[in-house]
Design a protein around this ligand. Structure first.
Ligand code: NAP
Length: 276
């Protein structure tokens, strides 16, 4: 039986199937009420883990979530990320892990999310120009961060980071057909670290793949639900954060938690992308 809950950092309990807010439109106008409705529906559906980042709209995504959901339900974890900057809104984002930048983005996140503490703060990327221990030490010493996570790291970087601070989560690109980061997932599993795969939906591929379609037909599920159910079954530390701006897709994704793959289905799906 696949566990439906996970304790991040050993104590912060969330439902494993989360929601990625990155694709919610944040501009004023017709799309905004729909975006607010998607965030609210996520919580109604029992989702207790929502992922955002300073980079998503330069804080606009954090603001949207606060507008939709504040005051927050007790069991809701909104996790955000810091570590990318742009000199002005028309410029490209670039890595920036200088302590003053990280502290400023954390402060902005606290303000925009309207919280006094960020229970899980992820370093969006490691900045190679700043010593990793300084980036993580800054977050550890900030005083308003409950737990620290990483994003897009190798197993070696994860090990190095763990020499400085306790790492509660890792967010890497990973899905049924893209298992480049299997060694990182294995390291997370061994250490009980939450692994939040981004791009979990596999986009068009899951809907075009004959094996996934066949499993989906047998289970009366959709290919996207099969891809998400496979992630949940693949490792107990996996917490997928599928993103959508559509309520029907959100409901479909949330229902993936009740899709039960048989051992035979898992064998078929496991073979689809051998670990690299
Ligand atoms: N750490 C990082 O570097 C990083 C990078 C990228 C993303 N992320 C995080 O990970 C989350 C998910 O990543 P992602 O958005 O790249 O990938 P994703 O969740 O795998 O895919 C999202 C795309 O799939 C579509 N989709 C979602 N559910 C669907 C369904 N049931 N049927 C058909 N299409 C569906 C969405 O379109 P519709 O809106 O039309 O449904 C959207 O285009 C993001 O929201 C963000 O929080 C993190």
């Amino acid at each position: 039986m696949t566990a439906t809950a996970f304790r991040i950092g050993g104590d912060l309990e969330v439902h494993r199937l989360g929601f990625g807010a990155m694709r919610l439109p944040t501009e004023p106008g017709a799309a905004r009420p729909a975006a607010l409705a998607v965030a609210r529906r996520a919580v109604e559906l029992g989702i207790t883990l929502i992922d955002t980042a300073h980079m998503y709209g330069g804080g606009a995504n954090e603001e949207l979530l606060a507008e939709a959901l504040h005051p927050y339900p007790e069991d809701l974890l909104i996790t955000t990320k810091v570590g990318l900057t742009r000199p002005d809104p028309s410029a490209d984002w670039k890595l920036d892990g200088r302590p003053a930048v990280l502290r400023d983005q954390v402060e902005q996140g606290l303000r925009r999310l309207r919280v006094e503490r960020i229970e899980l703060l992820q370093l969006h990327r490691i900045d190679p120009e700043t010593p990793l221990a300084d980036q993580l030490g800054t977050l550890r010493d900030e005083g308003k961060i409950g737990r620290i996570g990483l994003s897009e790291v190798t197993a070696e970087e994860l090990a190095e980071a763990r020499e400085t601070v306790e790492i509660a989560s890792v967010q890497n690109r990973y899905n049924l057909l893209d298992r480049e980061h299997e060694p990182v997932l294995t390291a997370c599993e061994e250490a009980g670290i939450a692994f939040l795969p981004w791009r979990p939906v596999v986009w068009g591929d899951s809907r075009a793949n004959a094996e996934i379609l066949a499993v989906a037909a047998e289970l009366e599920a959709t290919p996207t639900q099969v891809a998400l159910a496979w992630l949940l079954a693949h490792s107990p530390v996996v917490l997928p954060i599928p993103g959508t701006a559509r309520i029907d897709h959100l409901e479909e994704n949330a229902a993936a938690g009740s899709v039960r793959l048989t051992p035979a289905h898992r064998e078929i799906l496991d073979r689809l992308a051998a670990p690299q």
